[in-house]
Design a protein around this ligand. Structure first.
Ligand code: FAD
Ligand code: DHB
Length: 392
């Protein structure tokens, strides 16, 4: 097989890039180790920045998100039950985010790929990358017991944090930066109406809680939990009891409990790999960086990477311009570090750390007090939350 660009991983980064390149008449093949059902069923992020929605529109897959996505013009932060409402529309001249599940984004991308004939090879195992520093890199994998090969000009490693691509960059050519947080997020989905029309991020003595949603009748709720907690230890009753305490009295009267149909625990980590390019290999999305979920930047950052990468590769093929390719890592990392900073800051502000001392706690209280009174602090929060403009 031959394609101009081989893409490893059919998550948001891989499929958004495939669509961008296909629209620019660059041929692609996408290799994914999991099944399509698994990729489209995986419950993860839920908040899209405007640039992500604009990318979906640009790719002609924005129809359902426009119809079913919930546009949120604000959010609430709570410290010990005392809410601060932040009005994005006012603070950022009309800014907003759209609540729309990552699994829905994946279904939209998958269906459009079928319609456009973009080849995605699911259940491709033992993917290996070869000759990344030559002008003709290639990929091998196995599918249902048969070895396969793809020759290409470039390879995009969009295979997430646990993927193989990053490991092909020699240790002396990259640097990694990491922070592992001493807690996880326990998340549930339940078919009950959300307790508030907008998201609520709560810092409570028992730990962090987040009230989110997927629709007016479906809640997505999270609790900070111990890093080694197991989902079996959290019955629905235990979850809702704890959630109603942490989310605060302003929202308990509107809280509806109900059986969960999804429950999982995610670890929290900040991670950045510099460089995002080595020879003819480009990393994009979680393959290159992880943010803790607080602030919902992971999926949006993956989309921002592929806008830069897709445009760089299109310029190379369509006008022989190599500058975008050469500048990809620098440009992408510029935005990555800003999203890393915001996600780290919001995690520190809203969570209770096991080793927090009195000083750390006073810093949280002072930060909330500042946010409550200072328009400058609110503008800073809002412009980061709705998403910094591309290229800034
Ligand atoms: P991924 O979505 O990880 O996609 C990578 C793809 O590559 C996967 O389909 C994987 O199967 C495939 N792959 C991996 N290895 C190989 C291989 N060797 N060969 C072939 N294919 C391979 N972000 C938020 O903003 N809010 C959230 O609430 C949130 N919750 C999350 C919960 C969990 C459990 C996780 C893991 C992430 C969460 N994120 C969240 C982060 C967000 O989902 C990611 O940032 C986003 O999925 C990144 O997209 P990606 O395409 O870069 O990587
Ligand atoms: C969701 C996840 C987040 O990390 C966040 O900050 C907001 C919402 C969600 O899954 O709905």
């Amino acid at each position: 097989m031959r394609a101009q660009v081989g893409i490893v991983g059919a998550g948001p980064a891989g499929l958004l890039l495939a669509h961008l390149l296909h629209a620019a008449k660059v041929s692609v093949v996408v290799l994914e180790q999991r099944s399509r059902e698994y990729v489209e069923g995986r419950v993860r992020a839920g908040v899209l920045e405007r640039t992500t929605v604009e990318l979906m529109n640009r790719l002609g897959i924005g129809e359902r998100v426009a119809r079913e996505g919930l546009v949120h013009g604000g959010t609430t932060l709570c410290l010990d039950g005392e809410p601060i409402h932040l009005d994005f529309a006012d603070l950022t001249s009309g800014g907003a985010v759209t609540v729309y599940g990552q699994s829905e984004v994946m279904k939209d991308l998958g269906q459009a790929a079928d319609e456009r004939g973009i080849p995605i090879i699911y259940e491709a195992t033992d993917v290996a990358l070869h000759d990344l520093h030559s002008s003709r890199p290639w990929l091998t994998w196995w599918r249902h017991g048969t070895p396969q090969r793809l020759d290409c000009d470039f390879i995009a490693g969009c295979d997430g944090f646990h993927g193989v691509s990053r490991g092909y960059i020699p240790a002396d050519a990259l640097q990694t930066f990491e922070r592992v947080y001493p807690f996880g997020w326990l998340g549930i989905l339940a078919d009950v109406p959300p307790c508030n029309p907008e998201l609520v991020y709560a810092n409570h003595a028992h730990g962090f809680a987040l009230a989110s949603m997927r629709s007016p009748t479906r809640s997505r709720c999270y609790l900070q939990c111990a890093a080694d907690d197991r989902v079996e230890e959290w019955s629905d009753d235990r979850f809702w009891d704890e959630f109603s305490v942490r989310i605060g009295s302003s929202f308990t009267s509107t809280l509806t409990r109900g059986p969960s149909f999804e429950k999982s625990i995610a670890p929290l980590r900040s991670f950045v790999c510099t460089t995002m390019r080595w020879g003819r290999l480009f990393l994009a999305g979680d393959a290159a960086h992880i943010v803790p979920p607080t602030g919902a930047k992971g999926l949006n950052l993956a989309a921002a990477d592929v806008i830069v990468l897709g445009d760089a590769l299109a310029a190379f093929y369509n006008s022989n311009d190599t500058s975008g390719i050469e500048d990809y890592s620098r440009r992408a990392l510029d935005r990555v570090w800003k999203a890393e900073r915001f996600s780290w800051w919001l995690t520190n502000l809203t969570h209770r750390f096991p080793d927090m001392d009195g000083f750390d706690r006073q810093m949280q209280i002072a930060e909330f007090a500042y946010l409550r009174r200072s328009r400058a602090a609110q503008v800073s929060f809002a412009e980061n939350y709705v998403g910094l403009p591309l290229g800034s």
